[in-house]
Design a protein around this ligand. Structure first.
Ligand code: ATP
Ligand code: MG
Length: 361
């Protein structure tokens, strides 16, 4: 069986370092590993509209930001098909049929959707489109026959929902769809990077992000203002590294070789953590080091972005060509789905013959 990747991002804001460690960095490694037959990376604008219906301009403007972020982290359109969700109508059609295979109570139990509803203060006025977006995600994944979905931990319930839909579809209509596997980062700190404010998740919608496109001075302000251990008041105080975003970011980004260059007092992150835990290491020193580390990681991304920013029409061409290729693949799956569901009336000469015989003997 072919190995196929499908993943993507909502164009609700520029991509941030949480996306990078949670998904983008891994995507580039997978892309360059040569282990996959097809890779689809989707800008999920239709999904973004489920909670931004009144702000289509925001979604429209953000498409290019996300595309630039993709290209600047090293996604290569020659290897990964970059496309825009709304340009593939087959995805909407698949969602409509999958809706019959999922109950309202099953959707209500989805923990990610539950917390997102709370975060957006929807209370009882939840848009139906938002409520059902896990079904549309199942359509996205299955349309490409994806075997592997590299995402952050918050997406786990969506992949589980997709697997249930696949099993249900295949048991009712016959073996048609492929059950995908989630691929999470093996680095625990990367599964759900917290915000600079210490909130559980760095998220475009919460404004607690370091963006991949932030210039050095913006990153400096954000890192130096980061939440740390609130009980670590004096340098001499013992500090906590667990649940301390500064150390979680270091877990996500730091490589030992950065110490020699930027903080030679320590050989590795564990030594720095031990000193912080014992007391005697101030937040400012740790933050300065983190700033250097993040800037090192972002430097090549910034350089590539600057190049692509000069070639905006070409970036739209990449998305246009990617969308055409993605549509062809999704159309193939939709035909199979319709045949399995027996709603392919005009392709079925047997049906026409039998009905004709019934009426005419
Ligand atoms: P929104 O608030 O609009 O939902 P978001 O920041 O959650 O935006 P998405 O586009 O929903 O971003 O998610 C894109 C991908 O990035 C998903 O795979 C998601 O799991 C991952 N991701 C998002 N935020 C983080 C994070 N803080 N840490 C790790 N991975 C993340
Ligand atoms: Mg999200």
């Amino acid at each position: 069986m072919s190995k196929i990747i499908l993943t993507g991002d909502r164009p609700t804001g520029k991509l941030h370092v949480g996306h990078y460690v949670g998904s983008l960095r891994n995507r580039v490694l997978l892309q360059n590993s040569g282990d996959f037959d097809e890779i689809y990376i989707m800008i999920a604008d239709a999904q973004a509209l489920t909670d931004n219906a009144e702000h289509p301009e925001k979604v429209r403007e953000t498409i290019i930001e996300v595309a630039l972020d993709y290209l600047s982290v090293g996604l290569d359109p020659a290897k990964s098909c970059l496309f825009i969700q709304s340009q593939i109508p087959e995805l909407t059609e698949l969602s409509f049929y999958y809706m019959n295979l999922v109950t309202v109570s099953r959707l209500q139990r989805n923990p990610t959707v539950k917390s997102e509803i709370q975060m957006r203060n929807f209370e009882t006025s939840i848009p139906v489109g938002f409520f059902t977006y896990p079904i549309s995600q199942a359509a996205d994944i299955t349309a490409f026959k994806a075997t592997t979905v590299p995402v952050g931990e918050d997406q786990e319930p969506m992949i589980e929902q997709t697997r249930e839909i696949v099993r249900k579809f295949n048991s009712v209509y016959g073996e048609t769809l492929v059950e995908p596997e989630i691929l999470l980062s093996s680095n625990k700190a990367c599964l759900r990077l917290p915000g600079t404010d210490g909130k559980a998740k760095m998220s475009k919608s919460l404004g607690n992000c370091i963006y991949l496109s932030d210039p050095e001075d913006a990153v400096k302000t954000k890192v130096m203002g980061m939440f740390t251990d609130p009980d670590h008041l004096k340098v001499s105080d013992p500090g906590k590294v667990e649940c301390n975003p500064v150390f979680i970011y270091l877990d996500a980004f730091c490589r030992d070789e950065y110490f020699a260059e930027y903080c030679p007092d320590y050989a590795c992150l564990q030594e720095m953590k031990d000193h912080y835990t014992r007391g005697g290491l101030g937040d400012v020193k740790v933050k300065r080091f983190l700033l250097a580390v993040i800037n090192e990681e972002l430097a090549p991304i910034r350089a590539r972005r600057a190049e692509f920013e000069k070639r905006i029409p070409e970036v739209y061409d990449i998305l246009h060509a990617g969308s055409a290729k993605a549509e062809a693949k999704a159309a193939g799956t939709l035909s199979e789905v319709k045949a399995a569901m027996r709603i392919n009336y005009f392709d079925d000469s047997e049906l026409i013959r039998i009905q004709s015989e019934k009426y005419n003997g």
